[in-house]
Unconditional design. Structure first.
Ligand code: S3P
Length: 173
């Protein structure tokens, strides 16, 4: 049986380590893990960049909202959310009704190092530099903070340290 009876939703900017942390938490908590982006791509039968290109960002955001709703019935799951889920108030409300929302943060430099060689993030297409990442992060900062129950800074920490901090904060022993 899983060690949690609620959903753990990992949010944060691209490259803050949501997927890595989610897979470690999956082992620690014996709970199912969901990669939101991968599931959206699988259900749509095309990659995230293709969804953006063919149908536009707002269609992708609709798919995110639809998917978030479905996680309620899947409780308990650990969800690695797409970096933009906090952009809609509705999404924050849906997540808050499902469990705990954990925000992972990292500096723009760290994010850049982690995402620079990956072309799967349309939001950063043509803008793959620290300055742009820093500006976008700043623009989204309040959205992330208003959604979060728990905030964990990840720079310089191991995955184990991050997970232990999360479990301590959500009081899972
Ligand atoms: C996005 C983040 C991506 C993905 C999409 C848009 C964003 O997820 O959902 O490319 O707007 O921040 P990751 O945070 O998992 O990279």
């Amino acid at each position: 049986m899983a060690a949690i009876d609620f959903n753990l939703m990992l949010i944060g900017f691209m490259g803050t380590g949501k997927s890595t942390v989610a897979s470690k938490l999956k082992q620690m908590l014996q709970a199912e893990q969901i990669e939101m982006d991968a599931l959206i791509a699988e259900e749509a039968g095309m990659s995230i960049p293709d969804i953006f290109e063919k149908f536009g960002e707002s269609h992708f955001r609709d798919l995110e909202t639809e998917m978030l709703r479905k996680f309620k019935e899947k409780r308990p799951v650990i969800v690695s959310c797409g970096g933009g889920v906090v952009l809609r108030d509705e999404n924050i409300e849906i997540m808050k009704g499902q469990g705990k929302i954990v925000l992972l943060t990292a500096t723009p430099q760290t994010v850049y190092e982690r995402v620079k060689d990956n072309g799967d993030r349309p939001v950063l297409n043509g803008n793959m530099n620290v300055e742009y990442i820093s500006e976008l992060m700043e623009k989204r900062k309040l959205r992330y903070e208003m959604a979060a129950d728990i905030v964990i800074a990840t720079d310089g920490k191991t995955v184990d340290e991050i997970c232990n901090e999360i479990l301590e904060s959500v009081k899972v022993k």
